[in-house]
Write a protein that binds this ligand. Structure first.
Ligand SMILES: [Zn+2]
Length: 320
């Protein structure tokens, strides 16, 4: 746990993944403490959070609001559990709240996910294995009651000043970042991350043009007078404009390399991801690779650089 600046704390919580930790944030207000994001719902993460809160004189009964930046399990996973422990309302972006509604034990969400993966070329045995892993995973299997939404431009007051909610779609459709103008701090959530490019993917719940939306988000964030970026994974850093310029170049190069792969025979996203990142990856990585390839393909389809064709029920891609 580290102070970001007066009145705001960064708390690092453990993740049992290749990405080993997620940052959540605590803001003191004169009416209790606000928590931004929750970590996953694991005993280890909840214990870490509890002891971090205690170390700054906070605790479950001091939390008066839970804000969630977006619906990924490392950000929202413990929200239902924390809502129970603290009695505090959970608020999140309206687009994400709509997506969370159908989650829960009925598994409809997983059936839609499976159909989507098959449509883009993932072989059935791998889809079934992923589906089992996902259904057993923490956080998604529990229905979350969302008490309210956070609107773009909303000013959230705390003792250190104000947090302005900034819509930052791309990594997820309704993700929010938060700018703290008094300290020139950008809480970039997963829109800007040090050392890695955030996953920008087409998913069954986010089909249109995530990469196009993300590039617009980057332009918007580039315009902020941020002295420091405080991301949801990794350490704070300076130089958001340089990061954004490099990331734009990265996505441009990725688009070019995907076009270069496409020859006479149409390829599906599963094959394209295998060619870009290798076929010996974990299922989890292959799914994210597919989603990421699809975001580049969808973007280039609008630019008429590639075209989609159906081949026996599977969406494949060719040069336009
Ligand atoms: Zn995320």
């Amino acid at each position: 746990m580290w102070p970001v600046a007066d009145g705001a704390w960064q708390i690092r919580l453990p993740l049992p993944w290749a990405l080993t930790s997620v940052n959540v944030f605590l803001f003191h207000t004169d009416g209790g403490d606000l928590l931004l994001d929750t970590g996953i719902r694991s005993a280890e993460s909840l214990l870490s959070l509890e002891s971090a809160l205690q170390s700054v004189g906070s605790g479950w009964n001091c939390i008066t609001g839970i804000l969630v930046s977006h619906l990924h399990p490392d950000h929202i996973g413990a929200a239902a559990e924390l809502r129970r422990r603290t009695g505090a309302p959970v608020r999140m972006p309206d687009i994400e709240a709509e997506l969370v509604k159908p989650l829960g034990p009925d598994r409809k969400f997983f059936a839609e996910a499976a159909a989507f993966l098959r449509q883009h070329g993932m072989p059935a045995p791998q889809v079934d294995a992923l589906r089992e892993q996902a259904a057993a995973g923490s956080g998604l299997a529990e229905r979350l009651v969302v008490d309210g939404t956070i609107e773009e431009g909303e000013q959230i007051r705390f003792l250190g000043g104000t947090l302005e909610a900034i819509a930052a779609p791309g990594h997820s459709p309704g993700q929010l970042c938060f700018f703290w103008p008094e300290q020139r701090v950008l809480f970039s959530t997963d829109a800007i991350l040090p050392h890695v490019t955030p996953n920008i993917g087409v998913h069954w719940f986010y089909r249109d043009n995530p990469l196009g939306e993300y590039l617009v988000t980057l332009d918007k964030l580039r315009g902020l007078d941020a002295g420091k970026v405080v991301p949801s994974h990794g350490r704070p850093f300076k130089g958001h404009r340089e990061w954004i310029d490099n990331t734009r170049l990265h996505h441009g190069r990725r688009c070019d390399s995907i076009v270069d792969l496409l020859g006479d025979k149409p390829m599906n996203a599963f094959e394209i991801a295998g060619a870009v990142w290798g076929e010996d990856r974990s299922l989890f990585d292959r799914r994210f690779g597919m989603a990421e390839s699809l975001s580049h393909l969808a973007y280039m389809e609008l630019e008429q650089r590639v075209a989609a064709v159906e081949v026996v029920g599977v969406t494949c891609w060719t040069k336009a």
